[in-house]
Ligand binder design. Structure first.
Ligand SMILES: [Fe+2]
Length: 283
């Protein structure tokens, strides 16, 4: 497993706002995760990223590959990701079980999929294409959910298991997404963890969410996966539960909006490390 290259369990999302400070101060954090789409068209940021890759293991979290797309993958984008991968040799490459493109249109969101046999075939085909193009296993992340579909006939955890079986891909378990989805969709988060295909998990995500009034129900809260806040206590509690079931996994602190000082992200990563110590330290 590639996590042998990681010196701490927890890492932080590298955002452009922190890039210069990261290069100048190199804070104590185990590893970094990037959204490649932020770097591909930014030569200065790419240069600084290459420098950081000499000091930190880097994980690549794609937000534009759209493995749930029914109209095929953007092959030019896939080639651009491949050239970045060749340059920085990441520890992981991941993306969501979602879709965000339709033909040539890019939608600035991660949209949900119905869990059906037809979608299984579609995602399998796309994941195989990604893995063939990148020559590495791809990690698929469970999404934060706000709606379900009547045509869904397969539980999300079973859907993920089947994609793993058909493609040999790995999984990214976003514990905060489970907290959000369990609240919004009305299921038990601990049961979801119990059913998650643990052997395939290569990485865990933790991020903050924001409660908002649900316009559909008036009064009930919808929890939105904003990545704009500290990690909620219930997410830390579920993380501790997940670690007890899965064992220690490299864990990433995600923060994408209302970005705080770099020290806040490092402190959240330290908190994750403390939850899993002493067995969290990789030699
Ligand atoms: Fe995530």
């Amino acid at each position: 497993m590639t996590s042998g290259r990681i010196s701490h369990t927890a890492g932080i999302g590298l955002r452009l706002a922190h890039l210069a400070e990261m290069v100048a101060t190199r804070p104590s954090t185990g590893w970094l995760e990037i959204h490649p789409e932020n770097f591909l068209a930014n030569p200065h940021a790419s240069e600084l990223l290459t420098e950081l890759a000499g000091h930190f293991p880097i994980s690549v979290h794609t937000v534009g590959l759209s493995i749930g797309s029914a109209t095929g993958l953007d092959k030019a984008h896939l080639r651009r990701i491949r050239s970045l991968v060749d340059a920085i040799d990441p520890i992981f490459i991941s993306g969501h079980l979602a879709w965000s493109t339709y033909q040539q249109e890019y939608l600035n969101d991660l949209l949900p999929l119905p869990y059906s046999e037809e979608t299984l075939r579609l995602v399998t085909e796309n994941v195989n294409e990604v893995q063939d193009a990148l020559c590495r296993p791809y990690l698929i992340e469970n999404p934060a959910s706000y709606v379900g579909f009547h045509p869904s006939t397969i539980k999300e955890t079973e859907f993920l298991s089947e994609i793993v079986r058909r493609t040999g891909c790995e999984l990214l378990c976003d514990v905060s997404n489970i907290v959000v989805s369990a609240h919004n969709m009305g299921y038990d988060a601990h049961e979801y963890i119990d059913e998650f295909p643990a052997d395939a998990i290569a990485e865990i995500h933790l991020g903050g969410f924001t409660p908002e009034e649900d316009p559909a129900t008036r009064g009930a809260e919808l929890w939105i996966d904003t990545h704009a806040a500290t990690i909620a206590e219930r997410s830390w509690d579920l993380y501790a539960y997940a670690i007890r079931r899965f064992g220690t996994r490299p864990t990433l602190i995600e923060w994408d909006n209302d970005i705080p000082p770099l020290s806040t992200l490092v402190a959240e990563a330290t908190k994750a490390d403390r939850i899993v110590q002493p067995e969290s330290r990789y030699a």
